[in-house]
Design a protein. Structure first.
Length: 102
C-alpha cells in the first residue's frame, strides 16, 4: 500500500487518469450515453457494460494538447472537453476499430 507498493511512482497520478476519474468526465459520459439512447452509434449495440464514450470528432488527446492542459483544474475549465456534441457512444469493438480517427 502507498510507498511500499511495487507500482508506487511518488504519488503522481497521470493527468489523463485524473481527468477520466473526475466528476465532469463521468457527467459528460453519462450525458453522451443518454443522448445516444445507450446505443453504439456505428453498429447499434446496446448491451449494458459494453459501451464507451468516445470524444469525436476531436479526440481527447488532441483537446488536451491543443489547449496545453497540464492540470486537472485546467481540464475542468476547458469547455470543449465537456461538450456532448464532441462525443458519441460506441461499443468496445467499434471504439477499438474507429475510435482513433482524428
Amino acid at each position: 500500500k502507498g510507498e511500499n507498493n511495487h507500482n508506487w511512482k511518488g504519488g503522481i497520478t497521470p493527468l489523463t487518469i485524473q481527468i477520466r476519474n473526475c466528476f465532469q468526465y463521468r457527467q459528460w459520459r453519462s450525458d453522451v450515453f443518454t443522448r445516444d439512447n445507450f446505443t453504439c452509434q456505428i453498429c447499434g449495440d446496446n448491451k449494458g457494460g459494453n459501451l464507451e464514450a468516445d470524444h469525436y470528432p476531436k479526440m481527447f488527446s488532441k483537446i488536451i494538447h491543443e489547449y496545453q492542459i497540464k492540470t486537472l483544474e485546467e481540464a475542468i475549465n476547458c469547455e470543449e472537453l465537456w461538450n456532448i456534441n464532441n462525443g458519441r457512444t460506441l461499443c468496445r469493438v467499434c471504439h477499438q476499430k474507429y475510435g482513433k480517427t482524428k
